[in-house]
Design a protein around this ligand. Structure first.
Ligand code: FE2
Length: 247
């Protein structure tokens, strides 16, 4: 008599997505704001390669487009919260968010990275890459589950999404992802964000190889340096503006 093999549902990695139809006018407004900001600010370097990354304060404010984006973020976050009650209560309130804009011109990309110090991360696509080569967001299997070799060279360890205008994705901040080089003269514009909640557990990112390790932990180290500096400043009575807004 043979036994029955069952598969235990252990740690599935969820990636949520919503595409809002009729986002044309909204995206046009976002594009105008972001390209104006790009002209005024040299930006910062994180995972961006030959691309522009704004400051982390993009979602901090009460402009209509900021309120509308935060509302969309709350919408895509909702299925991540449902069913995860703590002492009988699902934690829909108490989230804080900060975000930044990305502009990838032709050839621009983003290195593999995670978003340290956050719980959930996401991205909203202002421009459309559905009809062009390149610009895909690619999630990598951090759990290193054994898979057969694919004859075409395609990897089962990667999950690829072609961005559409009006689409928002949400994924665990520890999930490694990258952006393929963009291949269009029209820039690839997106808004990325990080979500935190003090009652949600902050997971440690797995270490895949030394490059990923370095890339994952350099921002964390930089973030720690910033916090040390902020603590030192607050100790002497100097207050700095936070980049996070309540969601
Ligand atoms: Fe990212």
């Amino acid at each position: 008599m043979s036994g029955t093999c069952i598969q235990h549902a252990t740690f599935p990695v969820p990636v949520f997505g919503i595409t809002w139809p009729d986002s044309g006018e909204f995206n046009q407004q976002l594009e105008t704001v972001i390209l104006r900001e790009q002209k005024a600010d040299p930006g910062i370097v994180r995972s961006n390669v030959d691309s522009w990354h704004s400051s982390d304060k993009l979602l901090l404010g009460q402009e209509q487009w900021q309120i509308a984006l935060r509302k969309r973020i709350k919408e895509v976050l909702t299925p991540a919260i449902v069913g995860k009650a703590v002492e009988g209560q699902e934690l829909f309130d108490g989230w804080s968010v900060y975000g930044w804009a990305n502009v990838n011109p032709s050839g621009g990309s983003n290195r593999p990275h995670v978003h340290p110090d956050s719980i959930w991360s996401g991205v909203y696509y202002v421009s459309d890459c559905s009809a062009i080569d390149g610009g895909d967001i690619i999630f990598s299997d951090s759990a290193c589950i054994p898979v057969p070799k694919h004859a075409s060279g395609q990897s089962f360890r990667e999950f690829r999404i072609k961005p559409e205008a009006g689409q928002m994705l949400l994924f665990p901040s520890t999930l490694i992802h990258r952006v393929d080089p963009h291949q269009s003269s029209t820039p690839r514009i997106s808004v990325a964000f990080n979500l935190s909640h003090e009652s949600w557990e902050l997971a440690s990112a797995p270490w895949v190889d030394w490059k990923s390790f370095l890339w994952m932990h350099l921002p964390e180290f930089a973030s720690k340096c910033t916090r040390w500096k902020q603590n030192a400043l607050s100790a002497v009575g100097v207050k700095r503006a936070s980049t996070a807004a309540p969601l």
